[in-house]
Design a protein. Structure first.
Length: 441
């Protein structure tokens, strides 16, 4: 007897008109992707200026304490993401994808505005760090809702044989946002004096981020809604709610979280932790180590669309399985090589090598999870699954990796975290059916 979850049937009451016929597909992809990328830029650019923000807003003696509080504030954004994913996701399922995405644009822009106008601790006292925390909460809340609404809209514009390709643009936009943040950060760091950077320069990236509101609203203004309200009395006409997500689709949520943590753990180790690892363990200068994140993001940008197309051809589960196996096989030897030959060239080669199976895994994983939920709870279901996985296994990945090195005395221990999460994700993969090419609701 199969233990796989049943595929979701087509719900005729929710059959939306083929929006992709009414609007050119390239414009649809561009509109959703650009807005999504701008929001991810607003959320991630904080990490490039965490040290400066720690000095200016957290009155703790010692640079280590300031940095830890600054990074803890960064983590607050992850804590808010599941709540934002749930509430904005439900809003997207009940009212529509477009209103939900407009709301996330306003919230993200407001968070960036707070970074621009908030006075430092020396000027405003305790109110300063509290406002910074509020800004991160707003950004995390907004991003939690954006992922579900934008991914659902992308895939609902696609036909049954191109959902992987359409969904891949979600990951493409995230890669672009990391690159944009890195370019802005490096340009300001190298172009301004230390005093100017500390005085006002660090606020410039957040001022740029405020543009997410007018630009995002402008480019998305002509998108057609895909979350059609069902007729009264039609099957499935009940409003989507929290109980339906966790009671009616509880196994899907569990399986989705399990699938998610494999890619999430690898993403936050390969894309984000490698810079800190290179500085603290490999003793490579920070200015050079930042190139690791850029290389990983470049691979993500280059391969996302291909990964989506591949999953459309061979299926979601085979694409996820074999890319996950590749990561399990490669990650520990990669860390051994890094420690045997600690150099910038080795670092970049290792990051590029690990980013390949990472992208080939993460793209079909997001698409698969989205396809497992029916239309009426698709945005909220994906948001909840994605945000829980990111909060627990992504937001704390760097902390866990550092703790494992300290506990074991093994500089390659972060690979063990990736391997453990990857093995668990295979359990979730075994619980779900193949969804590629099947008609959804």
């Amino acid at each position: 007897m199969s233990t796989s979850l049943p595929a979701q049937p087509l719900d005729g009451a929710y059959a939306a008109p083929p929006a992709s016929r009414a609007a050119p597909r390239r414009r649809v992809i561009a509109a959703i992707t650009i807005g999504n990328g701008l929001e991810f830029y607003d959320f991630t650019v904080y990490s490039f200026f965490a040290v400066l923000i720690g000095k200016l807003f957290f009155p703790v003696t010692g640079s280590f304490g300031q940095l830890m509080l600054s990074l803890a504030t960064f983590g607050v954004g992850f804590v808010a993401r599941p709540l934002g994913g749930l509430l904005i996701g439900l809003y997207a399922d009940r009212v529509g994808r477009k209103p939900a995405m407009a709301l996330t644009l306003w919230l993200m822009g407001l968070g960036s505005l707070l970074f621009v106008v908030t006075p430092t601790y020396a000027q405003a006292g305790l109110a300063a760090p509290l406002l910074i925390v509020l800004a991160r909460l707003l950004q995390g809340f907004a991003l939690g809702g954006e992922v579900g609404a934008s991914t659902a809209l992308l895939m609902e514009y696609a036909d049954d044989h191109s959902r992987g390709y359409y969904g891949s643009w979600q990951l493409f936009s995230q890669g672009v946002s990391v690159l944009l943040g890195a370019v802005v950060g490096l340009s300001l760091t190298n172009g301004l004096s230390p005093d100017a950077l500390q005085s006002w320069g660090w606020r410039v990236p957040f001022a740029i981020g405020i543009l997410v509101i007018p630009l995002g609203l402008y480019i998305r203004r002509h998108l057609e809604e895909t979350a059609e309200a069902p007729a009264a009395g039609a099957p499935g006409h009940e409003r989507a709610g929290l109980s339906e997500i966790f009671r009616g689709h509880g196994r899907v949520v569990v399986a989705g979280v399990l699938v998610t943590i494999g890619g999430t753990s690898a993403t936050y180790i390969v894309l984000h932790y490698m810079t800190s690892y290179a500085v603290t363990v490999l003793k490579i200068p920070l200015g050079l180590s930042m190139a690791a994140g850029c290389v990983a993001a470049l691979v993500q940008v280059a391969l996302s669309a291909y990964a989506g197309r591949l999953s459309d051809r061979i299926g979601r589960k085979p694409a996820i399985l074999w890319s996950r196996v590749a990561m399990l096989v490669l990650v520990y030897p990669a860390f051994l090589l890094l420690n045997a030959r600690p150099s910038l060239g080795t670092l970049l080669a290792v990051v590029a090598m690990l980013a390949l199976p990472l992208v080939l895994n993460v793209v079909p994983s997001v698409v698969l999870i989205t396809e497992l939920f029916p239309r009426r709870i698709r945005a909220s279901g994906l948001s909840v699954v994605y945000c829980i996985g990111v909060l627990v296994f992504g937001g704390f990945a760097q902390l866990i990796a550092t703790w494992l090195i300290e506990l074991t005395g093994n500089a390659s221990a972060p690979a063990l975290y990736v391997i453990g999460c990857g093995l668990i994700s295979l359990v979730g993969l075994a619980m779900v059916p193949e969804t590629a090419g099947k008609r959804l609701d």
